[in-house]
Design a protein around this ligand. Structure first.
Ligand code: NAI
Ligand code: MG
Length: 354
């Protein structure tokens, strides 16, 4: 078995954690009898923007070709390129062009990792956040009128299509159905956002009819964030619109100790294009260049990528190796009150793989 992977490290700590992700991928490939052909790309980062005045070449799709998956680091360097330009010029292009309509993000408290939440031990946080990834609040519908004057008005519309909402809900219900807890929570705000969110609620109720074994509930986003902190053990699969899912999927992993361990899959479940796997975190300018970033988010993303490609055993083996390393303060990074630097931690995961 051979897989072609586009490798795009991006900016800041993306360039530091990517080699550790690759290290573990290569080790997994050698142990589990498959090969990974890597195609590295130097675009989708702010250095490329500095040289070319845009984040990606016009023919980026042709250059990427048709890999089996894209392995991505992080993009953004706010000192040189405004974040909305770096993000819309790279990652959001991939998500939309390849129709990666599910953003799948686990939050799991690992054995040995101190939770910032009092009294929480391993197993008490174990959830999947399913974020809608191609529409919703992140739309380009809107405008800016009378700029720079006292009459200035800005408008940005939320776009929800029945097709777009239903397909992400179906994915989330399928996932809930496959889990022991069979519990799905929907994030809403239909009391305040009185047009799009009641529509979202209606589609959840409709979809729930097809999954009688899945227990379904909903919370408004404001109290849901509080419940994530107070009672994270209540949640199993949480489905949310683009913006709400973005917020919840930073908060969920933060409740497990650090966002530095959190992975994500930008998934095209219909496989009409490649899916993209990346850590949840960004380029972390405050720690970039110091070699101290936590590489686990990148490595866990590699595990998700392998499972997506059908290398389920190798993906699970990476998870066991991650658990072994996280339990040891000498091998984990400073964000988890550990002593290791990025490379030490990455090597430890590769060594723990079997
Ligand atoms: P960030 O995730 O880069 O950093 C937030 C905080 O978490 C910082 O204090 C950072 O040091 C810490 N942190 C993040 N990852 C870590 C890791 N692996 N190990 C240890 N500590 C870690 O978010 P921020 O600061 O809001 O954004 C910085 C840049 O990254 C911006 O340009 C932003 O647009 C971009 N960004 C890109 C994302 C992506 O590529 N998917 C996602 C989020 C932000
Ligand atoms: Mg985010």
């Amino acid at each position: 078995r051979n897989y072609t992977i586009s490798v795009i490290p991006g900016d800041g700590i993306g360039t530091e954690v990517m080699p550790e992700g690759i290290r573990v991928l290569e080790k997994a490939a050698s142990l589990y009898g498959f090969t990974i052909e890597q195609q590295w790309h130097d675009f989708a980062c702010c250095d490329y923007y500095a040289k070319h005045g845009q984040m990606m070449p016009d023919d980026w799709k042709a250059r990427i070709g048709s890999p089996d998956a894209i392995f991505f680091g992080a993009v953004g360097w706010p000192d040189t390129v405004p974040d909305h330009i770096s993000l819309w010029g790279s990652l959001l292009q991939f998500r939309r062009e390849y129709d990666q309509y599910v953003n799948l993000r686990p939050a799991r408290l690992m054995p040995g990792v101190p939770s910032p939440l009092a009294g929480r031990g391993p197993g008490s946080i174990d959830m999947w956040i399913v974020r809608e990834n191609t529409e919703g609040e992140y739309s380009s519908v809107g405008g800016r009128m009378y700029p720079g004057t006292k009459r200035e008005i800005v408008i940005q519309e939320t776009v929800m299509s029945r097709h777009g909402v239903d397909r992400v809900l179906r994915y989330a219900f399928d996932l809930a159905q496959s889990r022991d807890a069979r519990h799905l929570t929907s994030a809403t705000k239909s009391n305040g956002i009185a047009i799009t969110m009641p529509f979202w609620d209606e589609r959840v109720e409709e979809m729930a009819k097809a999954y009688p074994e899945v227990r379904t509930d909903k919370y408004h986003i404001d109290i849901l964030t509080a419940q994530f902190v107070m009672n994270p053990d209540r949640f199993d699969v949480v489905v949310a619109s683009n913006l709400f899912g973005d917020i919840l999927s930073d908060l969920g992993p933060a409740c497990t100790g650090t966002i530095g361990v959190a992975p994500s899959g930008n998934i095209n479940p219909d496989r009409t294009g490649p899916s993209l796997f990346e850590p949840v975190h960004g380029s972390a300018p405050d720690i970039a260049g110091k070699g101290i970033a936590n590489p686990i988010g990148q490595i866990w993303s590699a595990s998700m990528m392998l499972e997506h490609l059908g290398e389920v055993e190798a993906g699970k083996a990476i998870m066991r190796a991650i658990e072994t390393v996280l339990a040891d303060p000498k091998l984990r990074t400073a964000d988890l009150k550990g002593e290791a630097d990025t490379v030490t931690c990455g090597k430890a995961v590769a060594d723990a793989l079997s």
